[in-house]
Design a protein around this ligand. Structure first.
Ligand SMILES: Nc1ncnc2c1ncn2[C@@H]1O[C@H](COP(=O)(O)OP(=O)(O)O)[C@@H](O)[C@H]1O
Ligand SMILES: O=C(O)C1=C[C@@H](OP(=O)(O)O)[C@@H](O)[C@H](O)C1
Ligand SMILES: [Mg+2]
Length: 198
């Protein structure tokens, strides 16, 4: 990869950033974070520039079920969705050389935490509740946000989930108002710094 990519402007090391060490060239890269963090958008760009296959967990589920995520929630509730999500994550996380964008709640089940932690490099895309809300406010495709006060819901979910995102992350990237294309460049540089073979 090109060594001259910018490093550091939006990237912040975790407090106790572990040394990932040299990893196989085909180690999967997993993106985690809240709804609106940019996992799907950034994952797709990242895969393109690394010449990797891009997999989005929600899209996998939709392809398997033949319906949209919101309809899975309508018919089977969150519990049914989570079971399907866990089975899809078990399969997808075993695929080598991919960039995988998870869904925001895919980190909740303990078996999913194990799949992510043991099978690849985990990147947490972080954003504030205000920024997340700005990004997803007009989008009707996220069933958990179809409430009278979606901003409050985002804040609640963030409080519940932030410790899990942090505990799973090998790398954390603050997305702020940085455009997605620049975030991807910073992320490539962070992965290189952490000896992930790209
Ligand atoms: N860094 C960013 N800055 C501004 N908007 C972004 C950024 N990343 C993603 N977005 C926008 O936010 C929305 C949600 O992004 P998406 O990739 O679907 O997030 P996720 O998959 O994490 O829920 C999309 O409209 C996307 O274009
Ligand atoms: O945070 C969540 O629990 C969810 C996030 C969504 O994916 P994104 O994070 O890609 O929006 C999708 O999996 C589903 O609506 C539930
Ligand atoms: Mg997504």
């Amino acid at each position: 990869m090109n060594d001259s990519l910018p490093f550091g402007s939006a990237g912040i090391p975790n407090k106790d950033q572990p040394n990932i060490g040299p990893l196989a060239y085909d180690t999967p890269i997993f993106l985690i974070g809240m709804m609106g963090a940019g996992k799907t958008t950034i994952g797709r760009h990242l895969a393109r520039i690394l010449n990797r296959e891009f997999v989005d967990l929600d899209h996998q589920l939709e392809a398997r079920c033949g319906v949209r995520v919101s309809l899975i929630f309508d018919i089977e509730g969150e519990e049914g969705f989570r079971k399907r999500e866990s089975a899809a994550l078990d399969d997808c996380s075993q695929r080598r050389g991919i960039v995988l964008a998870t869904g925001g709640g895919a980190i909740l089940a303990t078996e999913n935490q194990r799949y992510l932690k043991e099978r690849g490099v985990v990147v947490y895309l972080r954003a504030t509740a205000e920024e997340l809300f700005r990004r997803v406010a007009r989008d009707r495709s996220r069933p958990l946000l179809q409430t009278p006060d979606p901003q409050a819901r985002i804040r609640e979910l963030l409080v519940q989930r932030e410790p899990i995102y942090e505990s799973l992350a090998d790398l954390t990237l603050e997305t702020g108002s940085t455009p997605a294309t620049q975030i991807v460049r910073v992320l490539v540089s962070m992965l290189q710094q952490h000896e992930v073979q790209l």
